[in-house]
Design a protein. Structure first.
Length: 337
């Protein structure tokens, strides 16, 4: 056996010695922002769980090989899914934001849409090597300090160390503020090696709305495209996808619309096409342009009505941020004994 191994070519040896790819189970996957970022960080999805039918169709349209399960996280997990998720490296997800959103009633654990308990149950069932949960920055308010502590305590009882961190999308090359509460948990030996991602962009390097959308704005020959882009020289306010009950294709509450107005954008509705010759300011943004502002690549296709597609985009975890966190998780797992 030793002699046979000695005759293997360097390419064959490399193939045999390469570590297996890291695996991921994703819950509340939405339109695929976190999914894409984790894929770019080197994770292969075992399966993705999502309740919204259009979002499931979006995931399947962009990655036909992904195993997408249309189901409520609170429903019993099918045995076949549990088997496929055995010894998974990462459990990730962006559980619903309305229970903690500054724009909502902030009922926290009393909100029927709070899925943290269901996520923790899945952690207990799967025992992944790492956990990544994303939510709105409102979860980091002092009023929810006890609830955050309870989540950390639950993870500790399962053998994980964990911590929260506020990350801003603009610090990772996304032309949007979008601060997010991010939770990472791992067993001690891996958590000791985990480092939060350092910003890739400083304030003077932030990608602006004008820079991100100039090409799209000029695509129909709009004569004001260059002037608009020069004036839209700031990052965007945080996109708000809204809930299934209330969200619509507009760019958020009055304060957000005021910020959009300063960028030459009308925030009361979403356009069907980029501006064309003769259009005047303020202009409206299309679903595709809003996806760019969320950090999606231009070829990521969203399925559904305009409202549904906008909701998928507005509720997404920007792929560049998910990639940065995922890469740090992957590095910590690779170093663990």
């Amino acid at each position: 056996m030793r002699n046979q191994a000695a005759t293997l070519s360097p390419a064959t040896l490399s193939e045999h010695s390469a570590p297996p790819p890291l695996t991921c189970v994703e819950i509340c996957a939405g339109g695929g922002g976190q999914s894409l970022g984790l894929e770019q960080a080197g994770f292969q999805h075992r399966y993705l769980l999502e309740l919204d039918r259009d979002a499931c169709s979006t995931l399947k349209a962009n990655r036909p090989a992904w195993q997408v399960v249309e189901s409520d996280l609170r429903a019993p997990v099918p045995p076949s899914v549990l088997r496929s998720a055995h010894q998974v490296d990462l459990l990730a997800g962006g559980v619903p934001c309305p229970p903690f959103s500054l724009a909502g009633r902030q009922l926290g654990s009393a909100d029927e849409r709070n899925l943290f308990p269901a996520a923790l149950t899945l952690v207990e069932l799967l025992r992944p090597r790492a956990v990544l949960i994303e939510n709105v920055k409102g979860l980091l308010q002092s009023k929810f300090s006890q609830y955050r502590a309870e989540i950390l305590s639950s993870l500790h009882s399962l053998g994980y160390r964990s911590s929260w961190r506020l990350l801003r999308a603009c610090d990772f090359g996304v032309p949007q503020l979008r601060p997010r509460a991010v939770l990472v948990a791992m067993p001690s030996e891996s958590f000791d090696r985990y480092r939060w991602p350092a910003p890739s962009h400083q304030p003077h390097q932030y990608l602006t709305v004008g820079q991100a959308l100039h090409k799209s704005m000029a695509s129909q020959g709009w004569e004001l495209a260059a002037a608009w882009a020069a004036g839209a020289d700031q990052i965007a306010p945080t996109l708000c996808g809204g809930s299934r009950k209330h969200g619509g294709p507009d760019l958020g509450p009055s304060r957000a619309r005021e910020a959009w107005a300063r960028l030459g954008v009308k925030g009361t509705s979403v356009a069907d096409r980029p501006p064309a010759i003769g259009d005047r300011l303020p202009i409206r943004l299309t679903v595709e342009q809003l996806a760019v502002l969320q950090g999606f690549p231009a070829d990521w296709h969203f399925v559904g009505t305009k409202t549904s597609r906008y909701r998928q985009i507005g509720n997404a975890f920007p792929p560049p941020v998910a990639k940065a966190v995922g890469a740090c998780i992957a590095a910590a797992l690779a170093q663990a004994p």
